[in-house]
Design a protein around this ligand. Structure first.
Ligand SMILES: Cc1cc2nc3c(=O)[nH]c(=O)nc-3n(C[C@H](O)[C@H](O)[C@H](O)COP(=O)(O)OP(=O)(O)OC[C@H]3O[C@@H](n4cnc5c(N)ncnc54)[C@H](O)[C@@H]3O)c2cc1C
Length: 581
């Protein structure tokens, strides 16, 4: 079994060449963030990912989780790994310093999170959801809620969950029925059932803080009547000490295609009179607040896709170097060679790697916008970065997760027959990847969000800004030796995307049913956008900047392969629309 090794060279390349480090350094609290510090964090995270989390990935998949009288027992080694993870401060990396976090840029913690996902996605889900709950409490909770819950959640002593889904309310959260009744004491009593709740019950920590979407008795119908509640598994005193068990119970867990070691729970609220709940923010603004968590989680699910893709690539490459089969093409009577020498195998590996690198680049550059949207001293800059991040989050979620399924499938293909049996790990990556385009809003929902809200909302302005930057880069690429073919493919793809922006600017009619194909095509062209930094690097031209990466031969192939082989798929996505009902 090939263990995960964090792709440190590629990650450091993204930080050095594509991230706007000057912008990051201007943001309050990030002044001390040097490349040396970033390298040290990545190096240490790589050791934890490869040495602690990766070895549990296969055993966790085989053992899964067990439900026992309402308790959920995680796989062997899980609890020890989580305890170390929390003690080493990994969950607190980009959390606010006021509550014990390390306040490192998201642009750095995104790379670290990719490592956790590459090493062991079923494990990484737990801190990921905790992080979303922390964001919601930090931004919308009262001072008392922040002081009571955040220090223990940031330290990892307690975990957090996101409770939206009910049997009749999946993509359509306006159908949520869980009921909240004020108890006259400033709190509420919750009754109802939530399904598919990730880490809704487990044995890793002493308490679990559920963030629950529910409807206050008498609230309006639809999304405008949903409110956000905080429901601890064990009630908590103001000093953080634990009281009695709350009325929320795990009645069963799901048996799934993948992520076997991540408990997916059915939670029942109010079997004994109602779970005690605290309102977060104001009544009837629950979905708006939930979107804080969902946006953070959607971005993070995109990182799951990237981590899994990297892992699938590494495993396929290792196998392709070992597996001996056939003589080299065109060499008669020569020795049998490792399959990595066959052009078709190289094509598959390069496709896997080039897409993974493009996805990573996009995710980290968007993370800079997430940092700037939160911290930039100037309001108009915060707004501009927020618009870019809002536009890109459905792209990262939809595109990186759909790609991860394709990439994990290519990984199986590189292995041939043994890819289809479980021992190599290739099959597990494909099974695990399959959930990523489904939860946190299916790809169809991401497409609706991108096309229906994010592009239309500002008349296409944020999209036009990105397109203008891509066009400038395409011009530079066209002038760079050996990149003209890639530049032409990139330019053609931008032409397609620009058409969409113009149409949205003109408020043209749009068919929602076409939005998935359209958004997937646009995403492929958008992936060139992070490389715009090549233009601004101390006056260096694109060719000079790319020249630097030629020291790494794989990197050079990757940078040229993506626009030539993958971006042109945009054309086929567009034309396939005609076949849709
Ligand atoms: C392993 C796992 C973990 C999960 N973890 C959590 C969790 O922690 N917390 C939580 O609250 N939920 C969680 N979920 C639930 C998950 O978010 C939902 O399954 C997901 O949002 C889809 O809802 P659904 O399953 O009801 O599908 P449906 O909404 O029934 O969708 C079925 C199909 O119809 C399409 N569709 C539906 N509406 C539209 C539309 N308007 N436009 C276009 N297409 C549409 C969808 O794209 C999909 O293809 C989890 C689910 C799983 C399987």
């Amino acid at each position: 079994m090939h263990e995960y090794q964090a792709p440190l060279t590629d990650m450091k390349f993204v930080l050095r060449e594509l991230v706007d480090l000057e912008l990051l350094a201007q943001l309050p609290g990030f002044g001390d963030m040097t490349l040396d510090v970033a390298d040290a964090v990545l190096d240490e995270a790589a050791k934890f990912a490869g040495g602690v989390l990766s070895p549990l990935n296969r055993s966790g998949d085989l053992e899964g989780v067990r439900w026992q009288e309402g308790e959920v027992l995680t796989a062997a080694g899980w609890k020890q790994a989580y305890t170390r993870f929390a003690a080493d401060g990994w969950g607190a990396l980009s959390c606010p310093a006021d509550f014990g976090g390390q306040n490192l840029p998201r642009a750095l913690s995104a790379l670290v999170e990719e490592m956790w996902n590459g090493a062991n996605m079923a494990f990484a889900l737990c801190p990921m959801l905790t992080r979303g709950a922390i964001d919601a409490i930090e931004l919308r909770g009262t001072e008392a809620q922040r002081d009571t819950y955040l220090p223990k959640m940031v330290s990892g002593e307690w975990t957090g969950t996101m409770n939206l889904t009910e049997p009749q309310a999946g993509s359509d959260l306006s159908a949520v029925r869980t009921r909240a009744v004020p108890d006259g004491d400033g709190r509420y009593r919750l009754t109802g059932q939530k399904i598919f709740i990730t880490y809704g019950e487990h044995d890793l920590t002493g308490n679990i803080i559920h963030m629950v979407l529910a409807r206050v008795a008498g609230a309006p119908e639809g999304v405008k009547g949903t409110s956000l509640f905080l429901v601890p598994k064990f009630l908590v005193n103001a000093d953080g000490s634990l009281r009695e068990r709350n009325d929320v119970h795990c009645v069963s867990i799901e048996h799934k295609l993948g992520i076997h070691a991540s408990p997916t729970c059915v939670l029942s609220y109010g079997q004994n009179g109602g779970a005690i709940a605290e309102l977060v923010g104001e009544e009837n603004r629950g979905l708006e607040y939930m979107f804080i968590m969902m946006n953070a989680a959607r971005y993070s699910v995109g990182l799951e896709g990237i981590g899994l893709s990297e892992r699938a690539y590494q495993t396929a490459l290792a196998y392709a170097r070992e597996r001996i089969q056939s003589t080299e093409a065109g060499v008669r009577g020569g020795p049998r060679v490792p399959i990595v020498r066959h052009p078709d195998v190289r094509r598959m590996l390069l496709l896997m790697k080039s897409q993974t690198e493009a996805m990573r680049a996009l995710s980290v550059v968007v993370a800079v916008s997430l940092d700037a949207a939160r911290l930039h001293p100037r309001a108009e800059e915060r707004e501009r970065h927020q618009a870019v991040a809002d536009l890109m989050i459905p792209v990262i979620k939809g595109w990186c997760t759909e790609n991860s399924v394709d990439i994990a499938s290519l990984g199986v293909q590189v292995h041939g027959g043994v890819g289809f049996v479980e021992e190599t790990g290739a099959a597990q990556f494909l099974r695990d990847a399959r959930i990523t385009p489904i939860y946190e809003g299916t790809t169809g929902i991401q497409a609706n969000d991108l096309i229906g809200r994010k592009l239309a909302r500002d008349g296409g302005r944020a999209a036009q800004l990105v397109i203008t930057q891509m066009r400038a880069l395409a011009g530079d690429l066209a002038a760079a030796p050996k990149l003209t073919e890639a530049a032409a493919a990139f330019s053609a793809a931008i032409d397609g995307s620009r058409g969409d922006g113009v149409r949205f600017g003109g408020n043209d009619q749009w068919s929602a049913g076409r939005s998935f194909e359209r958004s997937r095509g646009n995403a492929a062209s958008t992936a060139g956008w992070p490389f715009r930094r090549f233009r601004g690097n101390a006056g260096a031209s694109a060719s000079q900047a790319l020249q630097r990466s030629r020291g790494n031969a794989v990197h050079w192939s990757v940078i040229t392969t993506f626009p030539r082989k993958r971006v042109p798929r945009q054309g086929s996505f567009m034309s396939s629309n005609s076949g849709l009902p």
